[in-house]
Ligand binder design. Sequence first.
Ligand code: FMN
Length: 175
Amino acid sequence: MPKILIAYSTVDGHTLRICSRLRDVLERAGHSVTLTEISESANVDAPAFDKIVVGASIRYGRHREEVFEFVQIHRSTLERKPNAFFSVNVVARKPGKDTPESNPYVQRFRRKTRWMPTELGVFAGKIDYPKYALIDRYMIRFIMWLTKGPTDLRTSVDFTDWAQVDAFAHRISLM
Ligand SMILES: Cc1cc2nc3c(=O)[nH]c(=O)nc-3n(C[C@H](O)[C@H](O)[C@H](O)COP(=O)(O)O)c2cc1C
């Protein structure tokens, strides 16, 4: 049974939700899946896995530094095994920014790391105004206003296309 490590970086838990969905699909396809939060991954035995997947969300235009550190630390292991990266951001809800090739955050990540994953993915995330702290709530609302997204502070919208997540899991199972 192929062993897959999914290492993720999240603030509000949506990337973890996507990882859990990937795990469900991959387990049904006969894989054994371990999820690990990157911030808690110091002791993870990456070489013990057959495939490695890294997933991370965007906040204020950036993937967190821990994601770059993880890729740097595990670089040689990553390059010896089938591997994948996906980003979660709300820019990806827009047609024309919804593929790894057209999404600015994925492209910036690739330029910065020079890592060439076997599979790349990008998923639109979630906006959950009631959950955010005051400053975040108004900052993301301003970003939404600029990009013609929802601005009602009572809104909670999941932009993720879950069929796309399932398709990505399928590609991981084949790589
Ligand atoms: C404070 C804040 C800032 C954000 N900044 C951006 C951003 O600059 N660009 C973007 O596309 N999405 C941005 N997002 C949207 C997140 O990427 C989206 O909510 C995602 O689902 C968060 O995933 P997580 O819960 O795993 O952290 C932001 C969200 C919040 C709450």
